[in-house]
Design a protein around this ligand. Structure first.
Ligand code: SF4
Ligand code: F3S
Length: 117
């Protein structure tokens, strides 16, 4: 099992999650973060830290969603740079406006890497 980040993170990217992860297994894209499934120790401490409620234990997702987000988290955690410290100045200014907006993956996902640490 692992925890995964889903589309609710896109364009919100609060970064509170990276501050609490004991194994620094978050990776940064241009407009969202992902968790490396092989590095996550399933501790769960990041889940309640996310203001956008974008983090889930994979077992809490339906079969289709589980596979989709596991694959995406796995793929991009191998392509994007590690991030272990939040950068409050880089949180999108309109993050609150994007909170809970539907269909963010199809319409707004960016495969470009973020800055990382
Ligand atoms: Fe890190 Fe724990 Fe969250 Fe996994 S569940 S990403 S180890 S804080
Ligand atoms: Fe994204 Fe939530 Fe972390 S919005 S960057 S998963 S705190």
């Amino acid at each position: 099992m692992t925890y995964v980040v889903d589309e609710k993170c896109i364009k919100c990217k609060h970064m509170d999650c990276v501050e609490v992860c004991p194994v620094d297994c978050f990776y940064e894209g241009e407009n969202m973060l992902v968790i490396h499934p092989d590095e996550c120790i399933d501790c769960g401490v990041c889940e309640p830290e996310c203001p956008a409620e974008a983090i889930f234990q994979d077992s809490a997702l339906s079969e289709g969603e589980k596979e989709k987000w596991e694959l995406l988290n796995y793929k991009y955690s191998n392509e994007w740079p590690n991030i272990s410290e939040a950068r409050p100045d880089d949180v999108p200014q309109d993050a609150k406006e994007w909170d809970g907006v539907p269909n963010k993956y199809n319409e707004h996902f960016s495969s470009k890497p973020g800055r990382g640490d």
